[in-house]
Design a protein around this ligand. Structure first.
Ligand code: PHE
Length: 352
């Protein structure tokens, strides 16, 4: 066997046994590439005498074309095989649901705050605000809660490590939005006026129905002859609009707040229908708000003459309203920024 014949047969053997196109390319390079074995043989021809060169050259060229043909044929077989393998392993299911892209959305509380603001504006209530870092004066004293009143401890107040002010007392995180009543009255003109506020408040409390930070809605209307009856009308109409029901019964339970007299706790009627809470029907009661007629001392704190003007005030928990409307039971979800919680309650799309 000549060297060429040996190379030819071992090369054809390797080609026949190649299992993928990559391997085939490697064989081609090793034999026919720039420094391939057969190429080297061709290069060495020039050192041969004329006669020998002719026959050797013919033999090498014949081997080269044999190898090329075999490689080409094998390449086609391998390509078909590889394609079949791919088709068998890669399955395209056009009926599969599309990949979900995470999307931003309006937070449930923002949505509900906007709903509330929309409705209250319809009655001419104007948005007012106050600081979250308040003083004892605005949070308590101006609201007729004297120094040693138990309501101060009932509120589980977070006091701040600031030096106390001689007029306003210690700094604290406001425990309710009622100090906005005082600030709005002081900052503005004579009655009549209607203000509302929505904002964060803080109390040292944490469980399924209490978070140390939550949001309140506050309303205040002052004018000549403004009475408890106006409060009742407004609350009824507001809650009907908010819950989207044609009728709703309110139960006004006598209560106590230092800043209103008389004071009331406001309940609405409901029943559970098909596992969902339905408002405005049934004979069960749920507390939704507190309110009352503004105490004369509070009007005085706001520079309003109580012998001339009267008013009412009310307060809601924003999370509570949102929870009742959207069936959310655990308050803590509002503040944990978990997309799954948000999506589970249907807030995953920007709807406004
Ligand atoms: N500020 C009261 C609270 O936080 C709620 C309230 C507001 C009650 C206005 C009456 C009038 O509990």
């Amino acid at each position: 066997m000549t060297d060429v014949e040996k190379l030819l047969s071992s090369c054809l053997f390797e080609v026949d046994n190649a299992t993928n196109t990559k391997r085939l390319d490697d064989i081609k390079v090793a034999v026919l590439g720039k420094n391939g074995k057969l190429t080297e043989m061709l290069k060495s021809l020039r050192h041969m005498p004329e006669e020998e060169r002719k026959t050797a050259g013919a033999e090498i060229n014949a081997a080269k074309s044999d190898i090329l043909k075999r490689i080409e044929a094998k390449a086609i077989t391998l390509e078909i095989l590889e394609m079949e393998k791919k088709l068998a392993s890669e399955f395209l299911d056009v009926s599969m649901p599309a990949r979900v892209r995470p999307s931003g959305s309006i937070h449930p509380l923002t949505k509900v705050a906007e709903e509330v603001a929309d409705i209250l504006s319809q009655y001419g209530f104007v948005f007012a605000e106050g600081p979250e870092i308040e003083s004892e004066y605005y949070n308590f004293t101006a609201l007729n809660i004297p120094d040693h009143h138990p309501a101060r401890t009932m509120h589980d107040t977070f006091y701040l490590n600031y030096p106390a002010d001689s007029n306003e007392g210690r700094k604290l995180l406001r425990t309710h939005t009622s100090p906005v009543q005082i600030r709005a009255m002081l900052a503005n003109n004579k009655p009549p006026f209607r203000y509302f506020s929505i904002g964060r408040v803080y109390r040292s409390d944490y469980d399924a129905t209490h978070t140390p930070m939550f949001n309140q809605i506050e309303g205040l209307m002052v004018g000549e002859g403004v009475s408890f009856a106006h409060l009742k009308y407004l609350m009824t109409d507001f809650l009907k609009k908010f819950f989207g029901v044609p009728k709703l019964t309110l139960r006004l339970r006598p209560s106590f707040f230092p800043f209103t007299e008389p004071s009331t706790e406001i309940d609405i009627n409901y029943e559970v229908k098909n596992g969902r809470i339905a408002f405005g029907t049934g004979d069960k009661w749920l507390e939704v708000a507190g309110g009352g007629v503004v105490h004369p001392n509070v009007l005085r704190s706001g520079n309003v003459d109580p012998s001339k003007y009267q008013g009412f005030a009310f307060g809601f928990g924003l999370e509570r309203l949102a929870s009742l409307k959207y069936g959310i039971s655990d308050l803590r979800g509002y503040f944990e920024s978990d997309d799954r919680w948000r999506d589970a309650f249907g807030f995953n799309y920007v709807t406004k």
